[in-house]
Design a protein around this ligand. Structure first.
Ligand code: AKB
Length: 335
């Protein structure tokens, strides 16, 4: 049997690299990114260098390949998006619509739903103030959907559009034989031992750790008490692959929270100091970025994912640091 063809957008980014490593060998992978794939992954994919906002390029990909699954990872993260809201809309929403159109057309043509896996974010929630945030430490999927950032609004818009393309697309005309199968995951801040995020606002966690491992001082841009949820990258990839593999009839919704552990910036610092006692970590809160993180919940309730598709993270806080982050980061920078 021929291998399924998988498209990964934003594949040279943090989640993309980790996902390619997991999928390599089991699928024919087509990757799309503005950047080239890192050398060690270059042989694993057919890489297309270009922008997801390029309509002609997306149409060409649709004409050249028939995709079983699309992992649409390309996005401008929250801090970067605040600096350029119109560009954020173009990259995060308009380009998503181009890909949804591609998946809808291929689903209809083949009579078989293309799976469309979309990493959404806790940024789609908006807590109005710190008191409310403390009083609702584990937000459910249908609560507090008032994002404070353009990135959160973009992610929520694509979740809603994806659900529409999955259920109602062009039902007033001639109904296509099959609609696409859209599935979204609302992630906490993902932390990788191998890559660093760019342009996000939960970046202070991974930045603190990677700086300490390189003996560089780090000034954290949020207050010590700032608390949000994080997740080890291998759990993020596991969540995407498990959700993609779940039969559609088991799913009761199109967007699922997935949670791991929550900790404050000071607790993060303590974890880093336990591994790198020489680390020089100070706090220099930036009012704007602080405001963004304050609007995000402390944690998210993932009982629907647990019930519908057996989600459970493998890494709790201590395992994440002791078994995944610290040994791999140490090795990376020592090398
Ligand atoms: C960001 O900081 O923008 C992302 C996110 C919360 O989705 N990590």
């Amino acid at each position: 049997m021929s291998k399924p063809v998988v498209l990964i957008t934003g594949a040279a980014g943090e989640i993309g690299q980790a996902l390619v490593r997991e999928l390599a060998g089991n699928a024919r992978i087509v990757t799309l990114d503005l950047a080239a794939m890192p050398e060690e992954l270059a042989g694993e994919t057919t890489h297309v260098t270009g922008s997801i906002t390029d309509k002609a390029l997306i149409e060409r990909l649709g004409a050249e390949y028939t995709f079983d699954t699309i992992y649409h990872l390309a996005a401008l993260l929250s801090t970067r998006a605040e600096h350029s809201p119109a560009l954020a809309h173009e990259v995060n929403v308009d380009a998503s619509v181009l890909l949804l159109e591609l998946a809808a057309a291929q689903s209809a043509a083949r009579g078989q739903a293309v799976k469309f896996i979309f990493p959404s974010s806790k940024a789609i929630y908006g807590m109005p103030d710190l008191e409310t945030k403390a009083a609702h430490p584990r937000v459910k999927e249908d609560e507090w959907l008032h994002p404070d950032t353009v990135y959160g609004a973009n992610k929520l818009a694509v979740e809603l559009l994806g659900a529409y393309y999955s259920r109602r697309y062009k039902q007033l005309g001639d109904a296509p034989a099959a609609l696409l199968d859209f599935r979204a995951l609302r992630f906490p801040g993902l932390i990788s031992a191998f890559t660093l995020p760019t342009g996000g606002t939960s970046d202070y966690g991974p930045e603190m750790l990677h700086a300490a491992a390189q003996d560089k001082p780090y000034a954290c841009f949020v207050r010590p008490d700032t608390t949000i949820a994080f997740m080890a990258m291998p759990d993020g990839v596991k969540a995407m692959l498990t959700l993609a593999a779940t039969p559609r009839q088991a799913l009761s919704r199109t967007a699922y929270n997935v949670n791991s552990f929550s900790l404050s910036a000071e607790e993060f610092r303590q974890q880093v100091l336990a591994a790198f006692p020489q680390a020089q970590i100070s706090f220099a809160p930036d009012a704007k970025r602080q405001g963004i993180v304050d609007s995000w919940p402390m944690g998210i309730n993932d009982s629907a994912a647990r019930a519908d598709w057996g989600w459970a993270p493998e890494y709790d806080l201590q395992r994440c640091f002791d078994e995944y982050l610290v040994p791999n980061i140490r090795q990376r920078y020592q090398a």
